[in-house]
Design a protein around this ligand. Structure first.
Ligand SMILES: [Zn+2]
Length: 549
């Protein structure tokens, strides 16, 4: 009761205070549950077939989005079209069942799937390598902001680099060394392959280790012999590794031993800034058969042109895709509705578009981009980032929505990637105005900032904001909020049971979060300032490189 009185009192003080302020929360569009709920119900219905790219589910989803954007009265976002085509290739790599590793003295045979997992992004029907030299390249990181270069002095052409998972800071308990246990992008497995590609290596093998990886080797094994989706870059082919993959820790130890090296010593050396790549004097041989098929999916984009700075843009994103029809669950349901992931974010995107349209026109342009193929590797947003419709130097910020709060009102939101950019300062101010707060990412070692579409904007230097549902439940507290999230991960995440269920869902909190992201975007859209990456962000250098030109 005391809390409630205190709360009401602070609310009335807040009302008096903020009525004198420039930004009046109540002056702008006010979201309702209805704005979001109907879209979630439609998009996550069985009729939409789980919204898998290249299927009838895609057709239904993208025409629904275009229809809604048109009804709201938005302009097409790509010239006179609401679509951006995303050409993709599906690659099925079938590796040989063994890899031979030889030193001058001995030869061993590694067993595919059990000892290692490899795949390829190349589309040549058959790939083979023999006598390919192995080099230990530490963590495989080149990080200008830390003066770090694991490839220094190394010509990796025709060589296979063996690198450690995560980044040097993990496990050191030193928050100032990289970011300690908070994963930087350099710790993410996708980064390791990207850097090896930039260096021009033949192949890249990451040494799996359950603790720094955050998942078991079984997760890695799931990509054995499975087809993977990539962007189709025929006509502007970029360099690709002959193969990418993982080896188990015991196998890595065996290879270090064959090379006369010691794994513990290697880890210690790799954590030093003066680390230099170490030739292992080992050679590898194996083959991969490849089949590729091509298809085109679509991003959907709409906009509201700004009044005074129409060429400057704030882009809201949400991925429209999900997993389609797949393996049945224990109840025999095989349709992956993806109600939370991400019918909810897509619904919020439509609600956001309506709010901006119904409010006074902003100075800058606001765009609404529903991207495809997030679930298979963030491809729709990757394609957009490589082929931006609005130039990156004119793009002010990205605000991404991937799953909105279905648990009722929360006092907090979880700020994913805390410390990355000044967008979070605006977010915190807006939270403050309504008596809420930002919690740090509950699992910073999992690298969630690098795992949804905003990340592709960050990679090209555009400040990007991403929040998760908070855990501090208004009535029932943090333990309850945390329990709800754990339940979601265990029972619903990427399962056919991720369905809209009014008995389980309460969108009152989602309304607050969407309102919040609206206030943030609106402030950016009526401002002339540019949000900045904070010192220590791995994306700061990229932005400054082209903004300072
Ligand atoms: Zn998602």
């Amino acid at each position: 009761m005391k809390n409630q009185i205190h709360y009401l009192l602070s609310l009335s003080i807040a009302t008096i205070f903020f009525s004198a302020c420039k930004y009046q929360v109540t002056d702008t569009y006010q979201f309702q549950v209805k704005d979001i709920e109907d879209h979630i119900i439609t998009l996550s219905s069985d009729d939409f077939l789980g919204r898998m790219p290249f299927t009838e589910g895609e057709e239904l989803t993208i025409s629904y989005l275009v229809n809604e954007f048109e009804n709201i009265g938005l302009e097409p976002g790509n010239g006179d079209s609401f679509f951006q085509e995303v050409p993709m290739v599906s690659i099925l790599a079938t590796p040989a069942t063994e890899m031979i590793i030889s030193s001058e003295k001995e030869k061993i045979t590694l067993e595919g799937l059990k000892d290692y997992v490899i795949w390829t992004q190349r589309t040549d029907p058959s790939i083979s390598f023999e006598d390919a030299e192995l080099v230990f390249a530490g963590f495989g990181i080149v990080a200008p902001e830390y003066g770090w270069d694991d490839y220094k002095g190394l010509n990796v052409k025709d060589k296979i680099v063996v690198v450690l998972v995560n980044d040097p800071g993990f496990g050191t308990e030193d928050e100032a060394f990289f970011k300690g246990n908070t994963m930087t992008y350099y710790g993410r497995w996708t980064y390791k392959y990207e850097e090896a590609i930039r260096q021009g290596a033949l192949g890249c093998l990451i040494v799996h280790n359950t603790i720094p990886a955050g998942y078991g080797f079984n997760v890695v094994q799931n990509s054995w012999n499975a087809s993977k989706l990539y962007l189709d870059d025929r006509g502007k082919e970029s360099y690709k590794l002959a193969f990418e993959g993982w080896i188990t820790l015991p196998i890595a130890n065996r290879l270090f031993e064959m090379a006369g090296l010691n794994e513990r010593e290697m880890l210690a050396k790799a954590r030093k800034v003066d680390f230099e790549p170490i030739p292992m004097n080992l050679k590898a041989a194996s083959t991969i058969d490849v089949s590729a098929s091509y298809n085109i999916s679509k991003n959907v984009i709409a906009k509201i042109t700004g009044k005074t700075a129409p060429d400057e843009v704030i882009i809201y994103t949400a991925h429209w895709d999900h997993l389609g029809i797949g393996k049945p669950d224990e109840l025999g349901d095989s349709l992956y509705n993806g109600a939370l992931d991400n019918a909810s974010g897509t619904a919020a995107l439509l609600a956001m578009a309506k709010a901006f349209k119904n409010d006074t026109q902003t100075d800058r342009t606001v765009a609404f981009l529903a991207v495809t193929a997030e679930e298979q590797g963030l491809w729709g947003s990757a394609y957009y980032a490589q082929n931006p419709i609005f130039p990156k130097e004119k793009t002010v910020a990205n605000i991404n929505m991937d799953g909105i709060n279905p648990y009722g009102k929360m006092k907090d939101v979880s700020l994913i990637g805390m410390g990355q950019s000044s967008l979070e300062d605006i977010l915190i101010e807006e939270l403050d105005k309504v008596g809420r707060y930002a919690s740090p990412d509950p699992t910073p070692s999992a690298g969630f900032y690098f795992r949804s579409d905003h990340f592709n904007f960050a990679k090209i230097g555009i400040p990007a904001l991403y929040i998760g549902t908070g855990i501090d439940h208004f009535e029932k507290g943090k333990e309850y909020g945390k329990q709800l999230q754990d339940d979601y991960t265990a029972k619903y995440y990427h399962k056919p049971s991720d369905e809209y269920d009014p008995s389980r869902w309460n969108l009152d909190g989602a309304v607050d979060d969407v309102q919040l992201l609206y206030q943030v975007g609106r402030r950016l859209a009526n401002d002339s300032k540019w949000p900045l990456w904070k010192p220590g962000s791995e994306f700061k250098a990229v932005r400054e490189e082209y903004l300072n030109k």
